[in-house]
Design a protein around this ligand. Sequence first.
Ligand code: ADP
Ligand code: MG
Length: 238
Amino acid sequence: MGSLKIENVKKSFGPVDVLKGIDLDVKDGEFVVFVGPSGCGKSTLLRVIAGLEDATSGRVLIDSQEVTATPPAKRGIAMVFQTYALYPHLTVRDNMALGLKQAGEAAAEVDKRITAASTMLSLEPYLKRRPAELSGGQRQRVAIGRAVVREPKLFLFDEPLSNLDAALRVNTRLEIAQLHRRLKATMIYVTHDQVEAMTLADKIVVLNAGRIEQIGAPMELYHAPANEFVAGFIGSPK
Ligand code: ADP
Ligand code: MG
């Protein structure tokens, strides 16, 4: 299970209103992509869902349970960041194991999950290495692996491919799509890249200046953009 409901979520930083009333429903197993220009509030919305930022008002529900005031570790989510956010002093294996050990998982269960995730992401040869001994693409696969082993209800990705070169971006994107098919997990994915949005999404959410401009399947948005803004972002050229 991993449905998400966002009800009239607003977020201000001091006098600046960053999210101006967001309503959103994500079904269990959906792949939802947030797109929009830099600074429109994509990361802030993801962080509010994760519990890394508190909403100024509004509610967040996961599987119909309100989690607005629930700490991040208790929300059943895992987040993958643009910058990987791996611990440099730990091996790949220990980076993946850390969260599970903190959550009190038994050693045998930790081993089992790491083996499965490493196979899925072709990480077996790197388990004893430290992040500095890996390429950017390998590091991001470790960060994804670390999310996978936690078996979250909801995966949150914040521009996970932005630091990778073009070829690796394509490969990693395909791996994420494959992961979604295998795990059937709910995934929310932030990008400012139209190609990523069009190829990955069941549903695209177009954000602009803290509001949702349109929500729809990629082809709906492409062929029937609600306004000039959406057209400029993903619509067919006019
Ligand atoms: P995006 O991810 O779409 O590029 P962000 O959600 O990171 O946008 O940021 C939206 C706006 O909120 C920006 O103007 C940014 O400067 C501001 N912002 C984000 N986080 C903070 C913060 N912790 N304190 C103050 N302003 C912030
Ligand atoms: Mg961002």
